[in-house]
Each structure stands twice: as structure tokens, then as C-alpha cells.
Design a binder for this molecule. Structure first.
Ligand code: SF4
Length: 237
């Protein structure tokens, strides 16, 4: 069988509002044979009642997982992060008890995974909090390697309900493509999604495209730049 590695997908799912629905997620994975890694952003994924089953289901389907934010959660959920050896990396809020438990599970299962990054809580002044959330112009010169448009190819992002966002900066709330319903390949081939990539490549506005309303695109236009996001063929994990 010929496998084109360009079709292998790493995806990100935002669960800051709600966890994913397990039954819909299972169908999505069944319809998306080339998804190889899922990164869950946000803590609500740990409110999923079937969290351990979800991790196991992904392991059985050879899917690696990343968790961007582990907060307070049950011991069963912490155990699942280690037991199936498919969680590559977690960020966890400072909690000595949970970190100790995770390390005990790593010994019990003789596993080096997951790699654990402890988030140290920093206190922000009210002014710092305002400046973090209220910027209107994206500083490309400082941050070109972290430009959120790269998500479109490197790790396409969707909301907890499968609505395709493409990147984490997408300003639109009304999403027309649902990856849980369509499967990943069809979602990436949808015209709405391809238009985002086209706009970045040409610098020409496509009115229906969310990039039209995004400060990152405004910054690209202002600095007279276009970007062509392509996928590297090897080293996908
Ligand atoms: S320009 Fe488009 S792809 Fe880039 S960050 Fe904005 S919405 Fe995302």
C-alpha cells in the first residue's frame, strides 16, 4: 500500500469551553485514518466522563496525544495519562501531589512518557493582563516563526465540537466546516479552508475568509509580505 506522508495529520482541538463528545470524536477518528497526533488545548477535556476510555481508544488507533493544560483532575485520569504510553507531553499546573502521582504511575508502568512540563504560576499586574489580550496589531518582526497561520498546515485547529478554526487566531464565530462530521481529509480539502491558505499565499482578500478580519493578515499586508505554508515530508511526529 502506498502511503503519502503528506496526508498524515497532527491536529489540535480547543477544549477551553467544553470537553469533546466522545461518541462524535470516535466517529471522527474512524473517518480520519491519517490523524496521527491530537493536541488538546484547555482544561475542559478532563471533564470528559470517558477520559480514560478516550486515551485508550487513541492508543488502540495508534494516535499520540498532547495535553496543553492539566489542571485539577481525578486519579483515574492521571493514571490514563501514563497507562497507555501514547501521551507524549503534558503541561501541568504546579501541584506537587499530582506530579508525584504521575511519576509513581510512570514507575509502575515502566514508561518514560509523558514528558511533563510544570507550569509555574506568575502573578500579572492588571496592566499586563490588559496588554496581553487587547493587542490590535501582530508584530511579525518579533514573532514570524510563531505566526499562528502555520497552524493551518502544521497542526490544523478545531473547536471542541469539530468546527474548523484552522488556526488559534481565527476571529470568526460562524464556522462552516465541521471536521467531526466530514473527517479530516474532507475538512482540509473544503474550499473555505483552502481559501485561508490561498489568501496568505497571494495577499489577495477573499471576503468570505476569516483572515480578512484578522490582525495577522493586516500585518502581512502592511509589511507587504505573503507566506506560503507547506508541509515537510518527513519527521511528522
Ligand atoms: S491570517 Fe488567517 S491563518 Fe493567519 S492567523 Fe489570521 S485567521 Fe489565522
Amino acid at each position: 500500500m502506498f502511503i503519502n506522508v503528506e496526508n498524515i495529520h497532527n491536529v489540535a482541538i480547543t477544549t477551553t469551553e467544553k470537553p469533546v463528545d466522545f461518541a462524535r470524536f470516535q466517529k471522527f477518528i474512524e473517518k480520519s485514518p491519517f490523524v496521527r497526533r491530537v493536541a488538546f488545548i484547555g482544561r475542559a477535556i478532563f471533564d470528559m466522563p470517558e477520559f480514560p476510555e478516550m486515551v485508550k481508544f487513541c492508543a488502540v488507533n495508534n494516535i499520540y496525544l498532547i495535553f496543553g493544560e492539566v489542571g485539577e483532575t481525578s486519579t483515574q485520569n492521571l493514571r490514563a495519562l501514563v497507562e497507555y504510553r501514547n501521551v507524549l507531553f503534558i503541561n501541568i499546573h504546579e501541584d506537587k501531589h499530582n506530579v508525584k502521582l504521575l511519576n509513581e504511575y510512570k514507575q509502575e508502568f515502566n514508561s518514560e512518557l509523558p514528558n511533563i512540563n510544570i507550569i509555574i504560576h506568575e502573578k500579572h499586574t492588571p496592566q499586563e493582563e490588559i496588554s496581553e489580550t487587547s493587542y490590535a496589531f501582530y508584530n511579525l518582526a518579533d514573532d514570524i516563526k510563531n505566526i499562528p497561520c502555520l497552524n493551518l498546515i502544521a497542526e490544523p485547529m478545531m473547536n471542541y465540537n469539530g468546527d474548523m478554526l484552522g488556526c488559534w487566531q481565527n476571529p470568526d464565530k460562524d464556522h462552516k466546516i465541521n471536521a467531526f462530521d466530514l473527517g479530516m481529509d474532507a475538512a482540509l480539502n473544503a474550499r473555505e479552508f483552502k481559501n485561508m491558505i490561498k489568501m496568505l499565499k497571494t495577499g489577495k482578500i477573499i471576503k468570505s475568509c476569516p483572515c480578512t478580519r484578522c490582525p495577522v493578515f493586516a500585518s502581512l499586508v502592511w509589511s507587504n509580505q505573503t507566506i506560503d505554508v507547506i508541509k515537510k515530508v518527513s519527521g511528522n511526529n
